[in-house]
Design a protein around this ligand. Structure first.
Ligand SMILES: [Fe+2]
Ligand SMILES: [Fe+2]
Length: 160
């Protein structure tokens, strides 16, 4: 096995957290469907798919490294599903939390001199820059648009 037991466990936790992210964005997509905001709903549904890909990329890495993938229960997403602004605010906070979790994994890899995992994690480090930046842009747009939700849908369709 190329990785320590501790790293294996922490990667399994992150696989679970990426799945939880996927679950959360899917719940948000459902909330947007309920509001009749189709463009938002599609955007979040795609984001949910991307989070599952993040989980699977890590799944494959654990297998390649000779570790053991353990799939655990996914927490139920929680949030205020009635407000566009609150959902987008929660998205930003969530991506900041993911970034912190990835940074913690990088720190562990460096402590363990596990350069294979450190290199693998760089993709996630770069991805998080994109994710946080996009969520910030989205929140700025939502705040600017106020009640003009249709304008917002138009802008989101250009971002996607
Ligand atoms: Fe992710
Ligand atoms: Fe993400």
């Amino acid at each position: 096995m190329l990785i320590s037991q501790q790293m294996n466990d922490r990667l399994n936790d992150q696989i679970n957290f990426e799945q939880y992210s996927s679950h959360t964005y899917l719940a948000m997509s459902a909330a947007f469907e309920k509001m009749g905001l189709k463009v938002f709903a599609d955007y979040y549904r795609k984001h949910a798919d991307e989070e599952r890909e993040h989980a699977m990329k890590m799944f494959d890495y654990v297998v390649d490294a000779g570790g053991t993938v353990v799939i655990k229960a996914i927490d139920e997403p929680k949030g205020d599903w009635n407000s566009v602004e609150k959902i987008v605010q929660q998205t930003l906070e969530h991506e900041i939390l993911v970034t912190k979790r990835i940074n913690d994994l990088v720190e562990l890899a460096e402590q363990e001199k596990d350069y294979a995992t450190r290199s693998f994690l760089q993709w996630y480090v770069d991805e998080q820059v994109e994710e946080v930046s996009t969520a910030e842009q989205l929140l700025t747009l939502v705040k600017m648009a106020g009640d003009n939700i249709l304008y917002l849908e138009h802008r989101i369709s250009q971002m996607a």
